[in-house]
Design a protein around this ligand. Structure first.
Ligand code: ADP
Length: 549
């Protein structure tokens, strides 16, 4: 590239000087010609002044005296030369000469007689053509000298310009080479050998441009990927800088707090976080203290906020606030807590009763044989209630454990009939009529769970029925409907009877040997198989429970 620059520069200087040289040469020649023309015209005028028609020789002598270079020719109207100071004898007619043809106009011509370039001009005066000519050898001398000096100067200037452009290009290209080299080393691994032509420079810039584009694309893709992950995750993320500005806030947080990300990003966190407990936690995290996660109730959901101090080169010190929706988790925990409290309570009362009876027998407070028998019977009843509670609790925990139950084709019609037979004694005792409308239905279900489901529903229909009541059971491939004409369930309790240990009338349920877990088990089984439960009831009249398969 340097060589090319120098050559280009040298050519430019050379042609400029050449142009200048020729232009000034043409101008010098033109000025000189002009001056010569004026000079020759002046001599012609003097000659005409001196010439009176008879003094040709005298005129020629007078003018020649003034300037020996001047050639005077007097020609008669026939073109014959009367006198010519050039001493050359000319016999042919001069009438065809351009200066004679165009009087008063100067003509330049090579004189064969004198063998030099001459400038001619003629005028008709006193019946003769007076012609004056001056040699133009002076212009040639000027041109020769000018050409010599011009060419010498041209060579010197050219040399100097080459020297100058060499050092200039060196200095100009050095930083470009350096920059290109550095750029090249930033974006690619290939070695850079320097620019030696414009093409190389363009090639180098293009390849760097391509490299930069590729790298930019890769960076953009990485950023898009990260943005997608950060904004698509089902967890909230806020990154707070040491200046307490929220430099990153993801879409999840924006959605739950209902604002636009761009409206809060880079703003102080106090703009968004007003809760003092959370503010204190953030500041504690900045102080590198151990910070406990905080539960935040918002729009009916519970969010767990964690705070972590991070330190890195681009952020310095910052705090990352993680936000996780723990509503379901908290609800499960609450249910579990309540379940344990209820279960302990449910088990505690029969146990207290058992202990009380046994204590009284032991201490002889109950010593009558009949009374001991009654106390023992009550103890057994309470113990079997405890047993029933424990069985049903185990049942529930099995259902909740997520274990895979083995399903088979179960003939539901048969199970309904068998269950009714098992309850026959109690049904007769309560004088309850059972009406069956059963299609032949087989379902893919776990056998034990199918028995459990049907047994619990029939058990309730019988337990909460009135004496001389009616139970109607309808079964087809789409549904199982169990209808009873019993005490019914108040509307306010309809949604709650499926909760564990929930009973509308605790005393009545207890008296009937209920545990409050039956419908919770039914609901679990239905959930497991995707069955829908529908409960309708009118207090003191009837209850209908429908299982849609
Ligand atoms: P329990 O062991 O007490 O019967 P369940 O979970 O089976 O427990 O039922 C919960 C409560 O729902 C019962 O205590 C009772 O108050 C009410 N219940 C259930 N089935 C019926 C029904 N067929 N008629 C009236 N009340 C019912």
């Amino acid at each position: 590239m340097r060589k090319k620059l120098i050559i280009n520069n040298a050519f430019l200087v050379f042609f400029s000087l050449l142009l200048l040289f020729f232009a000034s040469l043409i101008a010098i020649v033109a000025i000189n010609n002009n001056n010569s023309k004026t000079e020759v015209q002046g001599y012609l005028h003097i000659a005409c002044e001196v010439f009176d028609g008879d003094n040709a020789t005298q005129t020629a002598t007078t003018i020649s005296k003034a300037n020996s270079d001047i050639r005077i020719t007097i020609i008669d109207l026939l073109g014959n030369v009367i006198i010519d100071t050039s001493d050359v004898e000319e016999f042919e007619s001069h009438l065809d000469r351009p200066e004679i043809q165009n009087l008063g106009e100067a003509f330049m011509r090579y004189s064969k007689t004198l063998e030099i370039q001459m400038l001619y001009v003629a005028q008709l005066d006193d019946g003769y053509f007076v012609r004056v000519a001056i040699p133009l050898h002076s212009i040639n001398t000027i041109v020769n000298w000018y050409s010599l000096i011009g060419l010498l100067s041209l060579a010197v200037i050219l040399g100097l310009s080459i020297l100058l452009s060499t050092s200039l290009s060196k200095r100009t290209l050095a930083p470009i080479n350096q920059v290109i080299g550095q750029l090249g080393s930033i974006v690619n691994t290939k070695n850079y050998y320097g620019i030696d032509s414009v093409e190389t420079l363009i090639e180098e810039i293009n390849s760097i441009k391509a490299e930069i584009n590729t790298k930019m694309m890769a960076i953009k893709q990485e950023k898009d990927k990260l943005d997608y992950i950060i904004n698509d995750m089902k967890q909230g993320l806020i990154v707070i800088s040491e200046e307490r500005n929220m430099i990153l806030i993801n879409a999840y947080i924006a959605n739950i707090l209902n604002f636009k990300q761009e409206d809060v990003v880079n703003k102080n966190y106090l703009y968004l976080i007003r809760n003092q407990e959370i503010q204190a936690a953030i500041e504690a995290a900045f102080a590198n203290q151990k910070v406990k996660a905080v539960d935040l109730a918002l729009h009916g959901r519970i969010y767990l906020l964690s705070f972590n101090l991070i330190e890195n080169s681009w952020l310095g010190r910052g705090v990352v606030v993680g936000v996780l929706d723990v509503t379901e988790q908290r609800n499960v925990e609450k249910i579990k807590r309540e379940f344990f409290a209820n279960a302990s309570h449910e088990l505690k009362s029969p146990l207290t009763s058992i202990l009380g009876y046994q204590q009284m027998i032991l201490e002889g407070i109950i010593d009558d044989e009949q009374a001991v028998k009654e106390a023992t019977a009550k103890t057994i009843k309470e113990a079997s209630r405890m047993n029933q509670i424990i069985i049903e609790m185990l049942e529930l925990s099995k259902l909740e454990s997520g274990i895979q139950f083995v399903d088979e084709d179960v003939f539901l019609t048969g199970i309904v009939k068998e269950t009714i037979e098992q309850y026959q004694q109690e049904l007769t005792k309560k004088q309850i009529t059972v009406h069956l409308d059963l299609a032949q239905v087989t379902k893919r279900i776990n056998h034990t769970l199918a028995v459990e489901l049907i047994r619990n529903l029939i058990d309730n229909a019988m337990k909460y029925n009135k004496t001389k009541g009616l139970i109607t059971i309808t079964l087809d491939t789409k549904k199982l409907v169990i209808h009873d004409t019993g005490v019914g369930i108040p509307e306010a309790d309809l949604s709650r009877v499926f909760e564990r240990f929930y009973r509308v009338d605790k005393a009545k349920s207890k008296e009937q040997g209920g545990t409050g877990l039956g419908l919770a088990i039914v609901k679990h089984i239905c959930n497991l198989y995707g069955y829908q439960i529908n409960l309708q009831s009118v207090v003191d009249q009837q209850t209908t429970i429908t299982i849609h398969f």
